[in-house]
Design a protein around this ligand. Structure first.
Ligand code: MF3
Ligand code: CO
Length: 258
């Protein structure tokens, strides 16, 4: 995490748009690969190939040693699932999270998708997680502060009976995948003394609700990466890279199917 918030120039924003567009396209490819009988590695391959064909670099691959282009997290896995031989089946929900670096700038997005027919609870969880992002970015404007986003995410999620993960947060983005500021999905205790910067035109940040159907406590599997809910309840994740503007935020990782 770099020390200070970077404000992007118009030229840098143009490159961020291109990087983010590739990331969004890769997410769409991953989404289409979420089908009964597919392995999580095949889902990763679809994402990886799209990023490379687009002239970008899959920035998660090798990041702090992560071994793939895509984090693929199934059911009670919240984030950072490692793609492998596991197959996904009807009724599963599958989270995909990826980054693409293009001309030195990173685009980052995630989404959770159903395999075939899923339970009512799973469907509601995915919808609330996605909508929580849109509730949060109502405050992603000049005149608000970073923590206003998380408050809105938390209130929306909890009003639907779900919980938000505390141990992982959204982040600034630019030349680095993770830049300042941290963007929590909850209202930190005052005593936590979190910095709460003002939102400024030209900031690019990732807003990424991670939502659990049960309790928000998580643990990390012995692979050192996969984050699962401690109570094994279902979890969903939804993320876009956004730009703070004079008016409404611009969702840089926008695509027809987000
Ligand atoms: N895309 C993730 C994020 O939202 C980062 C994945 S961690 C990695 O921050 F190691 F897989 F890259
Ligand atoms: Co992110």
């Amino acid at each position: 995490m770099s020390e200070s918030i970077t404000i992007k120039s118009p030229h840098e924003i143009e490159i961020m748009r291109q990087a983010a567009k590739i990331a969004a396209g890769a997410r769409s490819m991953g989404r289409q690969a979420v089908r009964d009988g597919m392995t999580t590695r095949q889902i990763d391959r679809a994402v990886h190939e799209f990023i490379v064909k687009s002239g970008a670099v899959p920035s998660c691959l090798g990041y702090e040693g992560f071994p793939a282009a895509t984090c693929v997290s199934v059911n009670d896995e919240v984030i950072h699932g490692i793609p492998g031989r596991r197959t996904v089946h009807n009724g599963d929900i599958v989270s995909i999270d990826l980054c693409a670096t293009y001309k030195g700038f990173v685009g980052d997005c995630a989404g959770t998708y159903p395999v075939g027919e899923v339970s009512e609870e799973a469907r509601k969880l995915m919808e609330v997680t996605r909508q929580a992002f849109f509730e949060g970015i109502k405050f992603a404007k000049v005149g608000y502060r970073v923590l206003d986003i998380g408050e809105a995410v938390q209130d929306y999620v909890e009003s639907h009976g779900f919980s938000v993960v505390r141990d992982f947060v959204g982040h600034g983005i630019g030349r680095g995948m993770h830049e300042a500021p941290e963007v929590p999905n909850y209202r930190p205790a005052r005593s936590a003394g979190r910095v709460n910067p003002r939102l400024v035109k030209g900031m690019t940040i990732c807003v990424e609700p991670m939502v659990c159907a049960g309790d928000w406590a998580v643990r990390i599997l012995r692979d050192g990466w996969t984050v699962v809910t401690a109570d094994h309840s279902l979890a969903a994740h939804y993320e876009n890279t956004i730009l703070i503007t004079d008016g409404e935020p611009e969702i840089l990782t926008m695509a027809d199917d987000i």
